[in-house]
Write a protein that binds this ligand. Sequence first.
Ligand code: SF4
Length: 498
Amino acid sequence: MKTVPLSIEEWQKERIKEEEIMPFLKEGGDFIKEDLIRKAVNKDYKPDKKRLEEILAKALAIETLSLEELSYLMSLKDPQSWARMEEAALAIKRRVYNNRIVTFAPLYLGNFCVNSCLYCGFRKENSQIERKILSRAEIKQESEVLAGEIGHKRLIVVYGEHPQTDLSYIKESIETIYKVKVKTKNGWGQVRRVNVNAPPLNLEELRELKKVGLGTYQVFQETYHHATYKRVHPTGTIKHNYLWRLYTMHRAFKAGIDDVGIGVLFGLYDWRFEVMALLLHARELEKEFGIGPHTVSFPRLEPALNTPFASGSSWQLSDEDFRKVVILIRLSIPYTGMIITAREPKRIREESLKWGITQTDASSRIGIGSYKQGVMRQEEKKQQFILGDERSLDELVGDLADKGIITSFCTAGYRCGRTGKRIMELLRSGQEGIFCKLNAILTFREWIDDFASSSTYQKALLLLEKEREEVRCRYGQYLPLLEEYYRRISRGERDLFF
Ligand code: SF4
C-alpha cells in the first residue's frame, strides 16, 4: 500500500510522544527543581579556606559535586579563591584527559526548521536566510574536503528539525560520511567518528540511530529555566515542549545510546541558574543510568542575521562570568569532556585552555555546503550565527604546539568499547588519560605527515619527541607497542590505536 506523505503540520503533530515522557516524571514533576536552585543561587556563605579545599579535593578525586558544594564555590568573590579554583580545574583536566585537546569540525547538513526559536537565524520565519539541504553527493563532497584536505577525523553533524531532515535523512547522511575515504600525501583520510547534534528523537528512532554507529548524541536544553524556555520557544512549535527535550537523554539511554552530550545556550537566562541546572541534569543521569554526560557544551548567544533577540538579551554573559561558568562546570562534573567552539574569539579560546577545556573545532565553516565551495569568508545568509575565530586547523595545531599542548585526532574510545559505564570508571580513575596520551601521539603523527605546513610540522615533531619521552619515563609498559605503532604510522599505515 502506498504511504501518503504527511504535510509539515501533520508531521509536527506526531513528533511528541507523551507516553515517552510521563514514566520519567517523579511526583508529577521534572528534576529541575527551581526552588532548590534559587535557594542555592542566593545563599550567602562565610568564606572558609578549609571548606574550599575540601570541595576541591572532592573534585580532584573526580567525584561529582553536590548542589550545595557548587553553591559554595559560586558564592566566592575574592580573586585568590578563583585563582585557586582555576588551578584545580586545570589539574582535573590533566588528570582525566592528560595534556591534549581533541579537535573536530562542525558540518551543517540542512537549515530548514519548523521551529521559531527567537535567538536562531534558522527559525522558520526568517525569510532572509538561504535555505538548503545537502544531497548525498554534496555530503560526500563536504566530507572529502574535511577528511582529505583539512584532515579532520571527527565531525559533529548538525540538523534543523524538519521532515526533510528526519531520521532517514540523518541515518543516510551518517552512512555517507563514514564511507568516504580519500588518498592523502602519505596515507588516507577518513572520518572515524560522527557525533550528532539533532532534534530530540523518540525511542524507536534512537534505537535506529544507534545502529549507524553515531559517536556522541548531543541535545542542548538551551535554557533550563522553565518560563524562559517557554518564552524563547514560542507556543505551537515542537520545541515549546520543555519536557520532550529535557528527557531526550533518558530516552537515549533506554534506547542503548550510552554516549550523550548536554549543554546550555548562555545568554538566555541567569548563568548561575543554568550551571546549577546542568549539574542537576548530570546527577540525574548518573542516578538513573550510572552514566553522566560525556560532554558539556556552553555556547554563548551570538549575533545572527535578522535576529534582534540574539543581540539584545539582558542576560548576555560577560567574559569574566564566562570564565566562572567554565571553571565551575569543570569542578562540579569533573569527568566530563568540555567543548569550546569557534563561536568564541581566539583570545577567549586560548585563555580557556587554562580552565579545563578538552575539545575544540578549527577550520570551521557553518554555512551549508561551505567546505566544498572553499568559502573562507562568513556567509550570514547561510549561517545560524557568526563565528568568532576563523583559524585554520593548521594554525590551531601550531598555536597549541607553541604552548606545549598536543592536538589529538583520537576516535578510539567508542571503537574499543570504552563508552558508557566503562568510560566512566576509566575517567574517574584517571586511566583514560593514559590512552588519551598514547592515542594523541599516534593520531598527531598521522595528521602532521598528511596535512601540516612546514612550520607547524617542525613544531609538532619537537612536541612529539617530548611526549614520547614522557611515555618512556612514566608509562614504560606501553612504550614498546607505542614505538612500533609510531614507526608503522610514519611509514604510511593508518588508524593504529590503543
Ligand atoms: S535553534 Fe534549532 S530548533 Fe530552533 S530554530 Fe534554530 S535550528 Fe530550529
